[in-house]
Ligand binder design. Sequence first.
Ligand SMILES: *Cc1c(COP(=O)(O)O)cnc(C)c1O
Length: 390
Amino acid sequence: MARHSDENWGINTRLAHSGHDPHAYFGFVNPPVVHASTVLFPDAATMAGRTQKYTYGTRGTPTTDALCAAIDELEGSAGTILVPSGLAAVTIPLLAFLSAGDHVLIVDSVYAPTRNFANTMLKRLGVEVDYYDPHAGSGIAALMKPNTKVVFTESPGSNTFEMQDIPAIAAAAHAGGAVVMMDNTWATPLYFKALDFGVDVSIHAATKYPAGHSDVLLGTVSANAACWARLHETFLTMGCCAAPDDVYQVLRGLRTMGVRLEHHRRSALEIAQWLETKPGVARVLHPALESHPGHALWRRDFNGSSGIFSIVLDGGGQKEAHAFLDALEIFGLGYSWGGYESLAVPVFLGDRTIAKGPQEGPVIRLQIGLEDVADLKADIERGLAAASLR
Ligand SMILES: *Cc1c(COP(=O)(O)O)cnc(C)c1O
């Protein structure tokens, strides 16, 4: 049974206690990892009556209930589904709310695989897809069509970190009868509580900070009361359920997410501020920096900043970017983020149609892990020296 924690508790207290009541399972502090397909019924009447709480593994277990309850508490949502990856957490709600003949507006700074899904599968299914400027704000009203059913947001944007005015976009989208979805992976519900700002469906790659250790793939999708039934029905229809060990690991990760995020936040901001002073760096794309064009929006709506941002090298091209990346000894070259270790990747923006991104030089994304800041700075110094732009 889920236990609902006191809403006056601080966030770390809630993260430590939400989702599972130990006394509902013999006092064990953690919920059991239930591996399940078949669930038995006591008799035929119960089977026919459809009243038993658990009926089949794809439809939920005590393990998935514990994580769903914890996420609902963080999001303030009516219900949450758990899916096998962050990408599935994007595709399932889009399939839930879009039909042939509908129109969807997607922010141009969206996570690239979201764009790929829209451009291939949504178009094949007869959905009209348009991209919009992340800075559109209430101007999104002019892009709404009578058949616009979903406005998809992601703030800050992937790799380039443009901030969106979510309340303004949500108001305009709702006025036109559309559902507002947000890929809120960057902030987690700790730093941006999407449903409080007009979002109807909040999406997370729990692979990132909730899991936190670069080993588990999982997605969560949380909906408000108006959107929950349709999201849940689609989830059951698709059979796209997450595996019990992964669900357990993400609930385990949530317990420490507050302290990990605070460390990521502080280290990343310190390194971003330091990078602003470095020759060879044209710009730092981090919304918590005062120099960031979206800083005022970030300050107005967000409670914190996480550990991933980008730098723009001051000139040069692929040769300089590769020299920077190859000189790094602590930062690994690899995709994803939110784990304990630092990562760097070259950013490709060739698929953008509106938010083309910085032009001064190559863009490199940095995920700041839990290592010591002095060591990370020394590593970045090695990269900048190798790129030798100044
Ligand atoms: C990583 C990521 C995803 C996808 O998560 P996976 O678990 O890797 O599939 C979705 N959206 C954003 C913004 C991401 O950064």
